[in-house]
Ligand binder design. Structure first.
Ligand code: NAD
Length: 432
């Protein structure tokens, strides 16, 4: 099949590459010329483990192309994926301007029957709007399908190639058949394609992210309670997660969720509900807990030091989670801005997000090339992103580098006993 993918971000690039890996001829389109030029040189505009090699292999095999020429890519395709950004709009709802602009361009470029797929996360009813926009711009037959993406940055290839499920919202039999064929290599009996109507598919994506965000905020509330009553959130988590009805996933206490999806998707779902006269009170609480949690490490530090002006802090981890360079809505941003506002100096280190951090903080912080360099002369260390390489630091060396041995562990990765045994003052999340 010939496939066009509009948008070469985390989702578009992964989807396009994985479809080419299963033998299809894929052209990825982006409006950003520099991105396309880099991809054509074999350079990736983002960090995702394993992706560079897969892109290179499929480019070399002549199955994966990158262009800014949308009409050419769309005109020859049987299936067109719209995978552009849907950032948070002013009122909290999803900003659909990129999706609708792409739909208009797709409509103008159609040359024969085509399946147009909403891959972006879009509110209920968007498939109808995309259909209207395309219909205004073409006389050719087409179907619009909702196919939300559930991949996780940092494990995107694994998630795309072996998804838990593929959700396809389609009204037409022809579109269902084509989409089924496309995804057949990736699905198994226990990880099926779930065909449904487009509105249900659109809502499924938001409901899934809202559920995950809810679990995180719930556990963070439990952790806050643990701190006040002298219980240990990790032990509670183990006890709770052992129940098969509950499970362990997404129950880790921490410094709140971030990233390009949960914050905006929770907000967008609330906005969708509000548009039809429904207040989702649970999600409002989920958000409030998350906002409190993102400030919790800074609050602990301010309580501990009193005044942090003229203090220097090391921040380990900047990306919103390990194995990605994505800093959108990352808890590190709230923490660092809070420290800078309070007059502190910040020395940070992240294995891959240095460039994204420079775009965010410019020269307001210093960037260390190793985690130990970041700790040099620091009055405290904040662990924000649980990269594997931060899990077992040489605590003696760390202590000898720091001015004051204080650790604020935002992900509970260190053993408190061990850290205290080495002479550190240790603060975790929900640890008594
Ligand atoms: P992104 O911001 O990384 O990439 C979007 C890309 O689209 C950019 O490169 C941009 O230049 C390009 N673009 C915008 N308008 C265009 C147009 N008219 N023509 C061609 N290219 C255009 O976004 P992302 O993180 O890949 O997310 C895309 C969508 O997928 C969003 O709706 C998001 O919510 C959803 N999603 C993201 C993830 C994730 O982990 N990032 C997971 C699941 C779903």
């Amino acid at each position: 099949m010939r496939i066009a993918v509009i948008g070469t971000g985390y989702v578009g690039l992964v989807a396009g590459t994985c479809f080419s890996e299963s033998g299809h001829d894929v052209t990825c389109v982006d409006v950003e010329k520099a991105k396309v030029a880099a991809l054509n040189r074999g350079e990736l505009p983002l960090y995702e483990p394993g992706l560079e090699e897969l892109v290179r292999r499929n480019r070399d095999a002549g199955r994966l192309h990158f262009t800014t020429d949308l009409p050419e890519a769309v005109g020859g395709a049987t299936v067109v994926f719209i995978a552009v950004g849907t950032p948070m709009g002013e009122s909290g709802g999803a900003d659909l301007r990129y999706v609708l602009a792409a739909a208009e361009a797709v409509g103008r470029a159609l040359r024969h029957y085509t399946v147009v797929v909403d891959k972006s996360t879009v509110p209920v009813g968007t498939a109808d709007r995309v259909r209207e926009v395309i219909a205004r711009n073409t006389g050719h037959d087409f179907d619009v399908v909702s196919n939300p993406e559930f991949l996780k940055e940092g494990a995107a290839l694994e998630d795309f190639l072996k998804p838990d499920r593929v959700v396809i919202g389609a009204d037409s039999e022809q579109a269902r058949r084509i989409m089924g064929e496309l995804y057949a290599p990736f699905v198994r009996t226990e990880s099926p394609i779930l065909f449904m109507d487009p509105r249900s598919a659109e809502l499924t994506k938001y409901a899934a992210n809202a559920m995950l965000a809810t679990r995180i905020s719930f556990m963070n509330d439990v952790a806050a309670l643990c701190e006040r009553v002298g219980a240990d959130a990790d032990q509670v988590r183990r006890g709770v997660g052992a129940d098969k009805r509950i499970g362990y996933a997404f129950l880790h206490p921490g410094i709140g969720y971030g990233g390009s999806c949960f914050p905006k998707d929770v907000r967008a779902l609330m906005a969708t509900a509000r548009d039809v006269g429904l207040e989702l009170d649970l999600l409002r609480a989920v958000e409030a807990t998350n906002a409190r949690q993102k400030k919790s490490l800074l609050a602990k530090a301010l309580r501990h030091y009193g005044d942090v002006s003229r203090h220097t802090f090391a921040v380990w981890g900047l990306a919103f989670k390990p194995r990605t360079d994505d800093m959108r809505e990352a808890p590190s941003v709230d923490l660092i801005e809070g420290l800078l506002d309070a007059g502190a100096r910040v020395q940070c280190h992240d294995p891959v997000a240095g460039e994204a951090a420079r775009r965010c903080f410019a020269d307001r912080v210093s960037y260390a090339s190793t985690c130990y360099d970041a700790a040099e002369g620091a009055d405290g260390l904040f662990l924000v992103t649980e990269w594997s390489e931060f899990r077992h630091p040489d605590l003696r060396r760390l202590k000898s580098l720091m001015r004051r041995p204080v650790i604020f562990d935002g992900r509970n990765v260190f053993d408190p006993e061990q850290a205290r045994g080495e002479g550190f003052t240790y603060f975790g999340v929900g640890r008594g």
